[in-house]
Design a protein around this ligand. Sequence first.
Ligand code: NAP
Length: 367
Amino acid sequence: MITKDSRILVTGFKGQLGYDCVRELKERGYTNVLGIDIEDLDITDEQAVHKFINDYKPNVVMHNAAWTAVDKAEQMPDAVYKVNSLGPKYIAEACKEVDATMFYISTDYVFEGKGDKAYEVDDPKVGLSVYGKTKSQGEDFVRQAIDKYFIIRISWVFGINGKNFIKTMLSLAERGLKELNVVCDQIGSPTYTYDLSKLMCDMMVTDKYGIYHTTNEGFCSWAEFASYIFKVAGIDMKVNPVTTEEYKKLVPNQADRPLNSRMSKSSLDKAGFNRLPSWQDATERYIKQLIIHYNSVDASLYLLPLIKKNSINTLELKMLNQFVSYNSFCDFVKCGINNLGNILKEVYTSYNEKDQIISLEYTLQGE
Ligand SMILES: NC(=O)c1ccc[n+]([C@@H]2O[C@H](COP(=O)([O-])OP(=O)(O)OC[C@H]3O[C@@H](n4cnc5c(N)ncnc54)[C@H](OP(=O)(O)O)[C@@H]3O)[C@@H](O)[C@H]2O)c1
């Protein structure tokens, strides 16, 4: 039985999903959560994997680490096989030794990606591209090694910690582009790691092992996804829909990608797990999260030197020119204070709207 004291090991901590798994587990009150990345354990080193897992003795391993650069994978199939197939094999075998449950995160690329029917979990796998083939072999190794596994297939992933399609679209707009060509004949579902990490935590406390498709709800093309991102972010961008064939001529040397990434959620429904919210809802929440995240980083960079220079623990902040309203300046300062929680212990804030000044009185951690 999994309790709040159970030991939970999360690989790929510096990536998108691993980061959110650790955050969600800690938010749920799990006290023994260990997030690791390649510096702590290279999953292609068989001996090191066995030693690490036998020493730590986790009750659950959320294995998120992978080679995720799909195009680059085509040039380095052996290296990718080690990370995406052998790595999970070693982890699964070590999980068997310590009787741990294992999550293995897989992908829509295990399917051929043709037609327009949503793939069921037990449909035949083909393994599209080096990435898809190696992830599919990883699934097979996990299933051969242990019974207590959750294999969850996702697609078009986005999270606060790492690179993804939404960040790419927004940064192209920031660079001043007004028009973009985006593929319109690949259909799939985006997956928000914040939502997925919650589902994984729900699954972890059950013994409903098996294979699941766990993307956000609904289907769209990349072009529809891009248009929605710009709409939510309030950016004026012309999205030109292009076919995969047309796009390959514009950007050659790409790995094959599935045209049909629709995945059925019937195994999730049968097991009684909740489906994730719609991809539109997830995109809206994610873009808000991004804005707060970047605001709070900027705001803490503004506040930190003022706090460091100060010996009397009070500050008067005059509204900065770049803000359109006093309210948005207040939000900015609040974000900065939240982000500096490891430095600031107690903060008392008073607002003088007439003179557009925020006053802070604070004590520092350790004072
Ligand atoms: N991203 C997607 O669109 C997508 C779609 C479908 C399925 N998935 C699957 O979902 C999972 C999570 O994806 P993600 O986007 O969160 O991944 P991510 O952001 O790329 O993070 C993966 C992490 O794994 C680490 N890693 C790579 N090689 C390693 C090794 N040999 N030993 C230990 N750690 C290693 C990476 O480190 P470095 O950065 O230093 O290499 C990175 O920190 C993966 O299993 C992926 O295959 C992702």
